[in-house]
Ligand binder design. Structure first.
Ligand code: PA5
Length: 433
């Protein structure tokens, strides 16, 4: 069992025998997952990636990160979905959001809103910038438009040659429009392995370059992921928390609990929840099936969505990310006048109060027929986040197979794109008329 991540099922309300009944199914699903390991078309390259990742490319990433940190106040990261959420999740979880950064990371190409882009253009106008454009297909509209805008901006600002030294392209080898641009313009290229899909790609150059530029230790992230890859490569359900989590979700789904809320008491995990929602939403929501993934940050959302969770439709369950050790703390002072009536907690740490709020909420929600799965995480650091990412990727793949869907495709995403292309007048060979 992982030292850092523990599955606590005391509040899930599922008896052991119901979980254990899945043992054979899990063994078969595990075999099916591993069968794809040597097959590039199966998108299971992420399973062994923490063990066999391209170490030479990681050295190159460290050098690029060093350069960007030395010559840029801002790194503009262009990407959408799996091409940016993982990096943002890790960076926001592990850095101080209010501290002035040596190199700040700004995310573009994840929407089509002109105000958003114009505000960024204005913000970076007097700053030195570098740019990392990330797209596996190399043809997604949102990042493609943002890249056209910011590439022009950088060429105007620095001239073509210097801009070239500040633009880094992360895409699949030998395929797609972005690859062609990178080749023609001689931009430095980083690779997205063909057999790793977007939402499973945070531990490749996709996430690792921005994370390194944010000053985080990418070796520790990868060694954490490796611990998890070894630990959860075990088809024995009784000894695999990751598969147990997948099974319990499946049982709850069968009990009409078709909305899962990822809850945490750590606001720094907001984007981690965004990444998690994309991972599970795109992997499982298909063929008219799947748990709808939602998220809350408590105690903030106890004063908004908390009412619904406690008292609304009973089709919910929660997965609570419980970070046990806070990096810093604040002691609540004693006050002679006690006008705010808080002396009953004087001398207590704020993390203790937060913990009690969590315990109180779990009991209240479980009493209200909202089963809670608790994932205890001892602390937040690079190693643990590497483990956590892998834990959820593997659980998601297992969960999708148990549900009977392909967890690695996203056919539904094409529907809006084709409608949009029709409305915008894109012709068949990919040019705008
Ligand atoms: O998980 C996925 O595959 C998607 O969310 C993609 O990451 C997203 O659509 C972006 O695609 P691309 O990297 O090809 O621009």
């Amino acid at each position: 069992m992982s030292k850092n991540i523990k599955l606590n099922l005391n509040y899930a309300g599922i008896p052991d025998n119901e979980i254990n009944a899945y043992a054979d199914q899990v063994k078969r699903a595990h075999k099916e997952l591993n069968k794809g390991l040597n097959d590039d078309t199966k998108y299971t390259g992420w399973i062994e990636w923490p063990i066999n990742y391209d170490k030479t490319e990681f050295q190159k990433i460290k050098k690029i990160a060093q350069k960007v940190r030395s010559d840029s106040e801002v790194l503009i990261v262009i990407g959408i979905g799996g091409s940016y959420l993982g990096a943002r999740a890790v960076i926001e979880a592990l850095t101080n959001q209010f501290e002035r950064k040596e190199t700040e990371i700004i995310y573009v190409g994840n929407n089509l809103n002109p105000n958003y882009i114009n505000e960024i253009i204005e913000y970076v106008s007097d700053k030195d910038i570098s740019l990392n454009v990330i797209s596996k297909s190399g043809k997604t509209t949102e990042p493609a438009i943002a890249f056209r805008i910011f590439r022009n901006l950088m060429e105007d600002k620095y001239g073509v040659d210097e801009a070239r030294k500040r633009i880094f392209v992360t895409t699949t080898k030998r395929k797609g429009a972005l690859y062609k641009i990178a080749l023609q313009e001689k931009y430095v290229k980083l690779n997205i392995p063909e057999n790793i899909g977007g939402r499973y790609s945070v531990l490749t150059a996709v996430g690792i370059l921005p994370i390194a530029v944010a000053g985080l230790n990418i070796d520790k992230i990868m060694s954490g992921a490796k611990i998890a890859a070894e630990e959860y490569n075990n088809d024995d359900l009784k000894n695999n928390d990751c598969y147990k989590y997948a099974v319990i979700r499946n049982i709850l789904y069968g009990n009409e609990k078709n909305i899962e809320i990822l809850a945490s008491y750590e606001p720094k995990l907001f984007y981690f929840a965004e990444w998690w929602k994309q991972l599970f939403g795109e992997s499982e929501g298909k063929d008219c099936k799947g748990i709808f993934p939602a998220s809350v940050t408590y105690t903030t959302d106890l004063h908004s969505l908390g009412q619904y969770v406690q008292d609304g439709r009973r089709n919910l369950f929660e997965t609570v990310l419980n970070v046990q050790k806070s990096d810093t703390d604040i002691v609540i002072d004693y006050d002679n006048e006690n006008l705010d009536e808080l002396n009953y907690i004087a001398g207590k740490n704020l993390s203790y109060v937060n913990q009690k709020a969590m315990e109180a909420t779990i009991t209240a929600h479980v009493d209200g027929d909202v089963p809670n799965i608790v994932i205890d995480i001892d602390s937040l650091n690079e190693n643990v986040i590497g483990q956590l990412i892998y834990f959820f990727e593997k659980a998601c793949a297992m969960s999708g197979i148990l549900l009977g869907v392909d967890p690695f495709n996203q056919p539904g995403v094409e529907k809006y794109k084709n409608n949009m292309y029709d409305l915008l007048g894109k012709n068949r060979i990919g040019e705008f008329m």
